[in-house]
Design a protein around this ligand. Sequence first.
Ligand SMILES: NC(=O)c1ccc[n+]([C@@H]2O[C@H](COP(=O)([O-])OP(=O)(O)OC[C@H]3O[C@@H](n4cnc5c(N)ncnc54)[C@H](OP(=O)(O)O)[C@@H]3O)[C@@H](O)[C@H]2O)c1
Length: 214
Amino acid sequence: MQNVRVGVLGSGDVGKVLAAGFASLGHEVTIGSRDPEKLREWASASNRVTAGTFADAAKFGDILVLATLGAAAEDAIRLAGVDNFNGKVLIDATNPLDFSKGMPPTLFVGTTDSLGEQIQRLVPNARVVKAFNTVGNAHMINPQFPGGPPDMFICGNDAEGKKIVTQICGHFGWGVIDLGGIENSRYLEPMCLVWVLHGVRSGSWNHAFKMLQK
Ligand SMILES: NC(=O)c1ccc[n+]([C@@H]2O[C@H](COP(=O)([O-])OP(=O)(O)OC[C@H]3O[C@@H](n4cnc5c(N)ncnc54)[C@H](OP(=O)(O)O)[C@@H]3O)[C@@H](O)[C@H]2O)c1
């Protein structure tokens, strides 16, 4: 893939890991926050990463990443400016986690709708691809497991968008399994909880999904 401009919305671990991952592949990145100041020092470690607002990141990127708290996804997109998503691939790494009853979290939407679908409805002209939501941030880039590369499960309505995200996942060291349209976020988002529950019960966070096939 040629070098592209990437806008990452999210200043948490996922935003930083994916921003650094894109920069390591040679892409130019703007990482966005409501408070860009808190990202300046971190961003200054790379000459390919700049800190800005959510709107700066959304305007800058040809490819966008949504890595905000799930419950804040709509607010972050509105701050970024809905029109800034038009025509762009939007990698949606969010999960609709509800921490109101403590750990482990539950989902605040599911079964008949999903956060992925809500996001696609919010930015109807973006090419939303759900990805990176089923693994912890520590393993998002160059995952190393004895059983070989794990699989990134993705879904989205735009075939070209999924092709681009498949390439990106491949560069980051993943196999990819396409589950179809964005409505299948209904099943991908609960997979996050499978990953979390195994972590809570085993006390280890070094796991990732892989589909065995023959
Ligand atoms: N942590 C993981 O390993 C992991 C793995 C897979 C998927 N995910 C999902 O990826 C997403 C990001 O996770 P994370 O752990 O990196 O960070 P996070 O703590 O879930 O989210 C941090 C981001 O959310 C934004 N945010 C919070 N409240 C907001 C509000 N009211 N309005 C606008 N923006 C708001 C923050 O904005 P500011 O920058 O302005 O503070 C920050 O950019 C989540 O949806 C999570 O479920 C996480």
